[in-house]
Design a protein around this ligand. Structure first.
Ligand SMILES: *[C@@H]1O[C@H](CO)[C@@H](O)[C@H](O)[C@H]1NC(C)=O
Length: 255
């Protein structure tokens, strides 16, 4: 295993080697011989990431990193995120019979869900270059990640409905105070608990770690109405929530 993969593994959990780029830039064809452009290919790549058809990619294919960078800086990314979060409100007002007994709960991821790692990832070609865990954690320690505004609005809306907010992240425990500072500085406060990964949790996949936390929350009597996350490992695994909402993130994959 090479060093940078080791770093990535350490931070984000288990990743398996996989080649994703079946695209051949020289003949500009898909498998069945249709002529397609790089842009069409990259759009399709992004769609299939969000559909969870392409999994466990280690880097964005080289020919798509420019396209992915543009998407992450675009209005489209904002609109996609906002629509996903609007659906949380539709769901809450149509399908949730909140008991308001202090046990209605909602789970959020942190990175690229509440706050953005784009200021860091832009130096890694928006996922086109392997992440370096040391550099990533140094950046996280500065507590300068900006808020994702639509998420902040949803967070505050849920709070005003009396829903308990649980923050469940694959960030490591030593980043706790930097994480709290960062969240508070950009406007998040009043969550019920912040769960970060202990060394023991790093021995299992992120999906298992997060499922185990949900199991404990249910034991403690919480009804988990929803999860908002940018990774499938945040919303898959049992027990889950009554509904889950996936935010776009074509820059990296956490297994
Ligand atoms: C990772 O980042 C650290 C801190 O910025 C740096 O010292 C180190 O050389 C980097 N490692 C690799 C493999 O790039």
């Amino acid at each position: 295993m090479n060093k940078s993969l080791g770093f990535f593994l350490g931070f984000f959990g288990l990743l398996f080697p996989l080649t994703v780029a079946k695209w051949n830039i020289l003949n500009q064809k898909s498998h069945n011989g249709l002529k397609i452009s790089v842009k069409e290919y990259c759009r399709s790549w992004r769609l299939n990431i969000e559909l969870n058809n392409i999994r466990e990619f280690q880097v964005v294919p080289e020919e798509c990193s420019e396209y992915i960078g543009k998407y992450m800086r675009s209005m489209q990314y904002n609109v996609d995120s906002e629509l996903a979060l609007d659906e949380c409100l539709v769901y809450l007002s149509t399908s949730c019979n909140l008991k308001k007994d202090g046990k209605d709960a909602w789970i959020f991821d942190i990175d690229d869900t509440l706050i953005s790692t784009i200021p860091f990832l832009k130096n890694y070609l928006y996922g086109g270059r392997r992440l370096n865990l040391t550099a990533l954690e140094e950046w996280m320690n500065k507590a300068k990640a900006p808020a994702l505004d639509h998420s902040l609005r949803l967070f505050n809306d849920l709070k005003s409905r009396g829903i308990r907010i649980i923050l469940l992240s694959s960030r490591r425990e030593h980043l706790r105070s930097a994480t709290i500072d960062n969240l508070v500085n950009v406007g998040y406060h009043g969550w019920t608990c912040l769960v970060l990964r202990n060394p023991d949790d790093e021995l299992v996949s992120v999906e298992k770690y997060k499922s185990d936390v949900r199991k404990q929350l249910e034991k403690d009597g919480y009804r988990i109405w929803g999860i908002v996350g940018d990774q499938y490992s945040s919303i898959e695994g049992l027990p889950s929530a009554k509904r889950t909402f996936k935010l776009p993130n074509p820059m990296y994959y956490v297994a």
